[in-house]
Write a protein that binds this ligand. Structure first.
Ligand code: IMP
Ligand code: MG
Length: 180
């Protein structure tokens, strides 16, 4: 059984992903030269993007991992709970939050606010995908690889019911997969 059997369409293929990530890595190399940035991976969705991004960069970076769960995600008054926090103090540091996708933006805006309370030198948002049509929260990606239409996508870290994260491209599932 192959994950590809469940796909209706490949939206962003391997080649485009690798080119997009390389371009972003190069941009970050320029913007953060001599800033010793701390790149925060938001588990689990951004894991695949994160590893490919940091290994495509040439400047030294520090790697940190957080895991969050959001409640009331449909509203801007929602709350984000940190399930796994950063291991280091970020005061005075240049922080880049690496996310898989900005959808409503609620999780990210809450996470950003939380991190800013710790007095970092800066907090920027870096996302693989941006689904602008769905935005609710007042937040924008500072670095975005691809804008996508309002469709549910899987692969390259993104899941449907915890599956398809290891698909090496971004795809759209066949509708019958959801009724299984
Ligand atoms: P939001 O921006 O707070 O609405 O939530 C973003 C989170 O929802 C992302 O980090 C993903 O985990 C998940 N998500 C949003 N859209 C998709 C999608 O199309 N496929 C898979 N996960 C998604
Ligand atoms: Mg996520």
């Amino acid at each position: 059984m192959s994950m590809y059997d469940d796909l209706a369409q490949i939206l962003i293929d391997k080649q485009s992903l690798s080119e997009g990530v390389a371009k972003l890595a190069h941009q970050l190399d320029g913007d953060y030269a001599d800033k010793n940035p701390l790149l925060v991976c938001v588990l689990k969705g951004s894991s695949v993007f994160y590893v490919n991004l940091v290994t495509a960069m040439q400047i030294p970076v520090e790697m940190e991992f957080v895991s969050v769960s959001s409640y009331g995600a449909g509203t801007t008054s929602g709350q984000v709970k940190i399930k796994k926090d950063l291991d280091v103090d970020i005061a005075g540091r240049h922080v880049i939050v690496v996310e898989d996708i900005i959808d409503t933006g609620n999780t990210l805006s809450l996470l950003k606010k939380l991190l800013e309370e710790r007095n970092p030198a800066s907090v920027k948002i870096c996302a693989l995908l941006d689904k602008k049509a769905r935005r609710v929260a007042d937040i924008e990606g500072d670095y975005v690889c691809f804008d996508i239409p309002d469709e549910f996508v899987v692969g390259y870290g993104l899941d449907y019911a915890e599956k398809y994260r290891n698909l090496p491209e971004i795809g759209v599932l066949k509708s019958e997969v959801y009724s299984k």
